[in-house]
Design a protein around this ligand. Structure first.
Ligand SMILES: NC(=O)c1ccc[n+]([C@@H]2O[C@H](COP(=O)([O-])OP(=O)(O)OC[C@H]3O[C@@H](n4cnc5c(N)ncnc54)[C@H](O)[C@@H]3O)[C@@H](O)[C@H]2O)c1
Length: 327
């Protein structure tokens, strides 16, 4: 596409859309916000304030799609809304950036990835860790075999969910608790960096009196024989996140604290990132693909893998025994 301005609309004007995605529109400078959708006017107004200009506000995506001429849609609504909103946007031949997790079931995640492919549209699932320079470089190193054969992964993310209210605690809207939400980043980066695919899962979850999981310990057998454990603790004091990847020839350990990368160690030494790998983000990548006709686009298979693993984890916790990951 050789147009100078990309016309987008935003669905879901909450904290994440305002805090993460609006600034990235400004950073780009050649993207126009044409309209917004939110069920709450106050949220739409706060977003317009952040954007710096009033735009039309709709309460549902169908009206938006009927009325506005767009190139792409950004979606940052409660998880259970993602499917219908992404599908409608793709059916209108729009490119889509949707927040994690892609949908609340793996069947729907697969259907959306296939639909995007059929309609020749870019579907971006906003897992920002896939754009951090150390994560990108780590993936390259593993693909080149620098770590040898991957034998095991150990990962956790902690957060303080004591103040969490609203849709996140309602299973029908969120699809799950801390493991499904923040944990989705941990699962996605583990699978994306290593290329591992889950085969069997055994999980324990603790809802701590809520309707959704606050703590989860998820043990995974991967297809290549590697074993892993992916854990989420939502009643901790703050965000802390580690991912250790162990191979036959070496190991990589990531540490993030309060959402910042603190260290990435390759065989216990700070990793040196080549200057050709620059910091990026999901929004900038989508704008680039729209402008360059899709050079570098990767179908979001990892979002489907996250959905499959998460589904198996909840099933295992419910049944109290290991389960096979459905494919
Ligand atoms: N990538 C990240 O690091 C990151 C961080 C935070 C949140 N998120 C994701 O962003 C999404 C939104 O999370 P949030 O923290 O901004 O939540 P939020 O509650 O702050 O915002 C959600 C917004 O959606 C609106 N909404 C509810 N139902 C709607 C519907 N049917 N159509 C349109 N709008 C609707 C709400 O009124 C609210 O303004 C979720 O998918 C979440 O997992 C991602």
């Amino acid at each position: 596409m050789a147009k100078s301005k990309i016309r987008i609309a935003m669905i879901g004007c909450g904290g994440n859309m305002r805090g993460a995605h609006v600034p990235r529109l400004h950073e780009d400078g050649k993207v126009e916000l044409v309209a917004v959708v939110d069920t709450e006017e106050s949220q739409a107004r706060l977003l317009m304030e952040k954007y710096g200009r009033e735009v039309p506000w709709y309460t549902d995506h169908k009206t938006l799609l009927r009325k506005e001429k767009l190139d792409a849609i950004f979606i940052s609504s409660p998880h259970a809304s993602h499917y219908a909103q992404v599908r409608a946007a793709l059916e209108h031949d729009l490119h889509v950036l949707v927040e994690k997790p892609l949908t609340i079931t793996s069947g729907k995640a697969k259907a959306l990835i296939e639909l995007a492919h059929q309609r020749k549209r870019f579907l971006q699932v906003s897992y920002q860790r896939n754009y951090y320079a150390p994560h990108v470089y780590a993936r390259e190193l593993i693909a080149k075999g620098v770590l040898g054969e991957i034998r095991g992964v150990v990962a956790y993310v902690t957060q303080n969910w004591s103040g969490v209210r609203g849709w996140r605690l309602v299973p029908e809207l969120s699809g799950g608790g801390m493991f499904f939400d923040t944990g989705s980043h941990l699962v996605a980066s583990t699978l994306w960096i290593t290329g591992l695919q889950s085969e069997r899962v055994s999980a324990f979850v603790d809802n701590e009196g809520k309707q959704v999981d606050i703590k989860a310990v998820v043990n995974v057998c991967f297809k290549n024989g590697a074993l892993g454990t992916l854990n989420t603790f939502g009643s901790a004091s703050r965000h802390d996140e580690r991912l250790a990847i162990h191979g036959s020839e070496g190991c990589l350990v990531f540490h993030l604290h309060q959402w910042q990368i603190k260290s990435v160690l390759l065989n216990d030494q700070p990793i040196e990132i080549p200057p050709r790998i620059v910091e990026d983000n999901p929004d900038a990548a989508l704008f680039r693909w729209i402008r360059n006709g899709g050079k570098g686009y990767e179908r979001p298979w990892y979002a489907l893998e996250v959905a499959r693993l998460s589904e198996a984890a909840y099933k295992s916790a419910k049944l109290g025994k290991p389960v096979k990951v459905a494919r």
